[in-house]
Design a protein around this ligand. Structure first.
Ligand code: SF4
Ligand code: SF4
Length: 370
């Protein structure tokens, strides 16, 4: 276990920019978003003077490595909302870059999303934990998974919608990262989680030191505090634990829960696009001045035309059927197909839904009806 001071950490991010496009979480109001990292600079602006020079405040001020997950799901870095998948111009990809991404501050709930995305796009299951292999390999996704760098970090607090522990996920990363940062006073306890992470630490070894026992003890104390916060959320909202999810969809297939819950849904699809595990996409062809190209965009199973086929037949014409399908996929299809629930308890869909349809309430009712 290593330690890196805050100053050395920002020096590391600066150094990473030669090989990666570095993205860090920044805070605006009470929300966090990924933003391209720009090292602190000294630039002339009106205001504070030091040694006769006018200084711009350090651009690291709004960076939050701890706290909770950003608004955007991690999948956006691995499987773009809109990308050319056959014969096209790279300029169409909104954040096209020649460099891979280094994504900083990734939280445990988003890393769990990899289990679903990897199954779908790289056909990778984990037989050691009962997961099964998928049968499709997406070269774009696989390339991004191999090249991008994940610098994960512990959650240092919880927001009201966090319920990761109900899905068996601790609010600090345990796998699927290259290095993980646990914020303590003045710096971070650093753990490597892959050969790539280990190589990175070796390459920049002068920035790291061995973590003292006191640092590790502080990390454990902070981790325990956040676990208590999430446990409090789960208790307050009566969220059932995943051990109780087996069979909840089959036993409620004709329940009135679905039409009741769907009453306020406006079919916007926000619950799908914001979800770190949702992965359905639509392929369409677009004509350029010179040639055709095929694009892939994120799709939503809540939208009426999602499953409509040529000729107009639709297996899920009613909104409540599509809501039921969303839950069926997450809590019945995926555990059967891949051995995992397709939900990480990140709570994004709760905040995003304009109809205030709360997945915790649906789970509560489904479990209560078993
Ligand atoms: S279903 Fe909702 S809570 Fe579960 S992973 Fe998706 S966005 Fe997060
Ligand atoms: S976010 Fe809410 S309103 Fe929008 S489709 Fe999903 S359930 Fe319906």
């Amino acid at each position: 276990m290593r330690y890196i001071s805050e100053d050395n950490f920002f020096a590391l991010l600066g150094a990473l920019r030669s090989d990666y496009e570095v993205y860090v979480p920044v805070k605006k109001g009470d929300k966090r978003f990924y933003k391209r990292f720009i090292p602190p600079t000294v630039q002339p602006i009106e205001g504070k003077k030091k040694d006769g020079e006018v200084l711009k405040p350090a651009q690291t001020d709004d960076i939050v490595i701890g706290e909770v997950r950003p608004v955007e799901p991690l999948k956006a870095f691995f499987y773009s909302a809109r990308e050319v998948v056959a014969e096209g111009f790279k300029d169409y990809i909104p954040h096209s870059t020649d460099k891979p991404f280094a994504i900083v501050g990734v939280k445990a709930c988003d890393l769990k999303g990899f289990k679903v995305q990897d199954y779908v796009f790289s056909g990778k299951g984990r037989s050691d934990s009962g997961e099964k292999d998928g049968d499709y390999r997406d070269p774009l996704y696989i390339k991004n998974r191999e090249q991008n760098l994940i610098i994960a970090s512990d959650c240092t607090c919880a927001i009201n919608t966090c319920f990761c522990l109900a899905l068996g996920i601790k609010p600090h990363p345990q796998e699927d990262f290259d290095i993980n940062l646990s914020q303590i006073k003045g710096g971070f306890v650093v753990e490597s989680g892959s050969p790539k992470g280990e190589r990175l630490i070796k390459k920049h070894s002068s920035l790291f030191e061995e973590a003292r026992q006191g640092y590790i003890a502080e990390r454990e104390r902070l981790r325990t505090g956040v676990i208590k916060e999430v446990e409090g959320n789960i208790k307050e909202n009566h969220v059932p634990h995943q051990d109780l999810y087996k069979g909840i969809i089959a036993k409620n297939i004709e329940s009135t829960i679905w039409p009741d819950k769907a009453k306020t849904c406006v079919e916007c699809g926000a619950c799908n696009v914001i979800c770190p595990t949702c992965h359905c996409f639509l392929l369409y062809d677009q004509k350029d001045e010179k040639r055709m190209e095929r694009l892939r965009i994120w799709d939503s199973c809540m939208i009426k035309d999602f499953a409509r086929v040529a000729g107009g037949a639709n297996p899920r014409p009613k909104l409540w059927m599509r809501l039921r399908n969303r839950f069926e996929k997450k809590f019945d299809f995926f555990p059967k197909a891949a051995g995992i629930y397709a939900c990480t308890g990140c709570g994004r869909c709760i905040s995003a839904c304009p109809a205030k349809i709360d997945i915790r309430d649906v789970l509560k009712e489904l479990v209560g009806n078993v």
